[in-house]
Design a protein around this ligand. Structure first.
Ligand code: AMP
Ligand code: MG
Length: 425
């Protein structure tokens, strides 16, 4: 990460601040994976980021097998047998018979059992009638079954040699199932990043303890800890720092030697009681600070030697918005994954905005509701304060309003970013 022109004037007008798009471009340009690879058992691999491509060493399923409980037969024999087959053998799952199906014969077969050689079609047991005559067992199968009916072909899920997953992908539950289905018991993943969480502010207290006039419980710690839970990281809590330059600086300095990422909240502006920016400037390099967005303007990105520094604002709404928009993709890239882009789709606004400031991008807390015609509309949490956790709770996403939009009328299309697209359930 090398010096680009840095913005360090907090009295800048929005039009001179770094725009959202440019901030994302800067992050993408400056960042790459820092995590080494490790091999882990599949049991430990959930939500981890793959460090290898995975190619199936064999077909899944391995052999043609029955999709139902029923009777397997050779479709060619259909006409000759008139649907009337002699029962020759019985094949259960896990017990391949290997015995060639005799002419005009059928096999009793169960779901997942390997088709006996020669059989190609299965009739469901519910549609068949069994029959005994002269001590011999027969089955009458219905007409009209196409060749291959109720039969799963070898390799129909995954063919031998097929690439099923690529390095950089996060292992979701269904991906783990796919890896397991190929027989692989371990995978190479990127090691988890070590992330330090730091809250700053003389007023902050941890929940569970007493509170006095002027104090505030440290809700951001729990917000950020849980948000980090959607990423492959190990969190260490460095507690709450006082608004004292020396303490902030020494804590950050010590942490920079031990962690891949330091994530702070609060103290990010340039007030007399804000010391995070100074600490970053004294210890490392600031790559980005002061964005033309609302909420979250004082968002900070920098580095202290090898450690990446992310300074989030203190207001809970701003902290969450900045985490989702910037910290989440940054941590993902550092951890070997992709730069995570939010899902976005356009929906009609169910609200008016008389006057929005130009030159900055705004993110409202939003929720979707169907109108009388059943069409989804974006509603805005009407109270504005960026300290209101209630707005975050009522929302199921963010509404993104670009820089050049200065007013919104009901029915105008607005961009909705669902929380689910950020990995929040
Ligand atoms: P700051 O960014 O330090 O100026 O803080 C802005 C606002 O956010 C202040 O009202 C703080 O009390 C509040 N705040 C800062 N950190 C936290 C936190 N960890 N949890 C809840 N509120 C916070
Ligand atoms: Mg503060």
């Amino acid at each position: 990460m090398t010096g680009k022109q840095l913005l360090d004037d907090c009295f800048l007008h929005d039009k001179d601040r770094l725009r959202h798009r440019d901030a994302l471009a800067l992050l993408k340009e400056r960042l790459s994976s820092i995590a080494e690879k490790e091999t882990v058992a599949l049991e430990e691999a959930g939500e981890r980021i793959l460090a290898e491509d995975i190619t199936a060493p064999r077909n899944v399923p391995l052999a043609d097998n029955s999709a139902v409980d029923g009777y397997a037969f050779r479709q060619e024999d259909y006409d000759d047998a008139g649907g009337f087959f002699r029962l020759q053998q019985r094949v259960a799952a896990g017990h391949a018979s290997g015995l060639e199906l005799a002419p005009l014969a059928a096999a009793r077969i169960f779901t997942g059992a390997v088709m006996p050689p020669g059989a190609d079609t299965v009739a469901m047991q519910e549609d068949c009638e069994s029959h005994s005559q002269d001590g011999k067992d027969f089955v009458i199968v219905p007409q009209g079954l196409k060749k291959g009916a109720n039969c799963r072909k070898a390799g129909e899920d995954v063919a031998e040699g097929e690439k099923i997953l690529e390095a950089g992908q996060r292992l979701r539950p269904q991906d783990l199932a796919a890896v397991a289905s190929t027989g692989k018991g371990t995978v190479e993943v990127f090691r988890k990043l070590k992330v330090a969480l730091v809250s700053t502010g003389d007023e902050l207290r941890r929940p569970g303890g007493p509170i006095d006039v002027g104090d505030v419980y440290d809700s951001n710690h729990f917000l950020l800890r849980a948000l980090c839970g959607t990423l492959p990281v190990d969190i260490e809590d460095l507690g709450v720092l006082k608004d004292e330059a020396a303490q902030v600086e020494s804590t950050i300095k010590a942490a920079a030697g031990r962690f891949d990422v330091i994530l702070t909240t609060g103290g990010a502006s340039r007030g007399e009681e804000d010391h995070v920016l100074q600490a970053l400037d004294a210890l490392g390099k600031r790559h980005m600070w002061q964005l033309a967005i609302k909420p979250g303007r004082p968002m900070m990105f920098g580095s202290i030697e090898k450690c990446v520094f992310l300074g989030l604002p203190g207001n809970p709404v701003a902290a969450m918005v900045c985490f989702l928009l910037y910290a989440r993709p940054v941590i993902s890239v550092l951890a070997g994954g992709p730069f995570l882009e939010p899902q976005r789709f356009d929906v009609p606004a169910a609200f008016d905005v008389e006057k929005k400031k130009p030159d900055r991008r705004e993110f409202y807390r939003g929720f979707l509701r169907a109108d009388d015609a059943g069409r989804m509309n974006a509603h805005k949490f009407m109270r504005d304060g960026s300290g209101l956790i209630t707005g975050l709770r009522e929302a199921d996403g963010l509404i993104e309003i670009p820089e050049d939009v200065t007013s919104i009328r009901k029915g105008d299309p607005v961009r909705f970013l669902p929380f689910s697209g950020f990995g929040i359930r």
